[in-house]
Ligand binder design. Structure first.
Ligand code: CTP
Length: 446
């Protein structure tokens, strides 16, 4: 019996897939089809697969060509499968010519002619209206947005708005997009806005973007007052628009894997979370000089509160702050202490003090350590009482990591994802509440 194997995502099952499977089956007597998991596709950089794994498997099954369907969950699996299933022929479409020649030592490798003029990518683009993004602000974070947005299919970056036309024009020229000084013209040209302006301007921009019917992805901290966050989320809902706070860690695959493990009971019940993020900032920057809205906590506090709210929820019984301030009164380093009925947590961040950027999650049966930079979660370890017993996990974190939040934001806009569990309105609102309390404690006038 000749055994054949082939692999694919098989998203939005189409004629090209059907013809490939038919010919694959004709290469032998028994066909095994490997269908990729969502997680593996994410790691491979396929961020916008629409059909869930079960639907993709079902579509392959319905063709009647597959004698067996397996799941492809990691790189390197093909090699193992060929040995495990004693495969005679490995086949894929001609878009992969040469890529699998390394398997020739173990079985025959056949590249089947790809069917012309059809692909999942094409169907995804037809299915989803391309969302035109506009950027408000031209600072450092805005610079990172465009190359990351290019990696998410279904998004085009249309233009940038800055009341200082010169800055907008410079930015627009650099990235080959349009520059706008008139905000009405800007809103007319886009479907969604990415807000990357100074913190204190977020509230007004979010309100005006929502009022113009735009979806909003706003840099963190979205706002610095609980009431404002509540009001904006309610307004977004009323306008039937998506409002997202861009805390990139919340959307990255490694961080979500980490949360899954922390909540799975592997380390027992979580009792303590310590998160730290420091980034030495130059003295002349806005963050180090804006006496009302600058400083460490407003800049980095969203990140360090994230794992705490994710693991303990937002109903803390107390929060207090220890702060080291610089000569101008801004906090160079801040430690927020949270108390919960069943646990405690610290969120430490600094722009003028450097420390180890670790996240440690301690439970009744063990602890998880994510080494710096934990906010770009790529690798973590689970430790137990017995020091020689260590479980190691990794996941990919590509580029600047904004592609994950952009991809989730887009999925919400297109309605392919309805829940908001990665960062809920309640969590964003609680973050604004803590920021407000911190600034009040500092005597800063909001
Ligand atoms: N395939 C094919 N002809 C097509 C499209 C895909 O023969 N027009 C083959 C691929 O070469 C692969 C298998 O079908 O062997 C599964 O491919 P997959 O990546 O799932 O489909 P694509 O349409 O290529 O998906 P995407 O556009 O997301 O890359």
């Amino acid at each position: 019996m000749i055994k054949v194997i082939t692999y694919g995502t098989f998203d939005l099952f189409h004629e090209g897939h059907y013809r490939l499977l038919k010919r694959a089956k004709q290469l032998g007597d028994y066909l095994i089809v490997g269908v990729t998991t969502e997680e593996y596709d994410q790691i491979r950089g396929k961020l916008n697969v629409i059909d869930p794994l079960m639907t993709r498997i079902e579509n392959v099954r319905k063709t009647g060509f597959a004698d067996e369907i397996i799941i492809e969950a990691s790189a390197g699996q093909k090699f193992r499968d060929i040995k495990k299933y004693q495969i005679d022929v490995f086949t894929v479409g001609s878009d992969w010519v040469g890529c699998f020649d390394y398997l020739k030592d173990y079985c025959k490798v056949v590249y089947l002619e790809r069917t012309k003029n059809i692909s999942s990518t094409m169907l995804r683009a037809q299915k989803t209206h391309i969302q035109r993004f506009g950027i408000l602000g031209t600072g450092r974070i805005a610079q990172r947005f465009i190359p990351e947005a290019k990696l998410v299919s279904g998004v085009s970056t249309q233009g940038v708005y800055n009341p200082h036309l010169e800055s907008a024009a410079r930015f627009a020229k650099q990235w080959g997009i349009d520059a706008y000084r008139d905000i009405e013209e800007f809103y007319d040209a886009v479907d969604a806005v990415y807000i990357a302006t100074p913190h204190e301007t977020h509230y007004d921009y979010i309100r005006s973007a929502l009022a113009h019917g735009k979806h909003v992805l706003c840099e963190k901290p979205m706002v610095l007052r609980r009431e404002q966050a509540q009001e904006l989320f309610a307004y977004a809902k009323a306008q039937n628009r998506v409002l997202f706070e861009a805390v990139k860690t919340a959307y990255c695959p490694g961080f979500n894997k980490l949360l899954g493990i922390a909540c799975s009971g592997m380390i027992g019940s979580v009792r303590n979370v310590d998160a730290c993020f420091t980034k030495l900032e130059k003295p002349e920057t806005r963050e180090m000089n804006d006496l009302r809205f600058g400083g460490s906590f407003t800049e980095l506090g969203s990140y360090v509160m994230l794992p705490i709210f994710k693991l303990f929820g937002t109903a803390y019984t107390d929060v207090r702050f220890d702060t080291i301030t610089g000569e101008n009164g801004l906090d160079l380093f801040t430690k927020a202490h949270f108390c919960y009925p069943g646990g405690v947590a610290t969120a430490a961040c600094g722009l003028g003090v450097k420390s180890e950027g670790r996240l440690v999650i301690s439970g009744t049966g063990g602890y998880i350590v994510v080494e710096a930079p934990w906010w770009k979660t790529a690798y973590f370890e689970v430790h137990y009482e017995n020091p020689s017993e260590v479980d190691k996990y990794s996941d990919s974190f590509k580029g600047d990591g904004l592609r994950y939040e952009i991809s989730d934001f887009l999925a919400r806009i297109n309605g392919s994802v309805r829940n908001e569990f990665k960062l809920t309105c309640e969590e964003s609102t609680a973050m604004a509440g803590v920021m407000e309390r911190f600034l009040e404690g500092q005597g800063r006038n909001l």
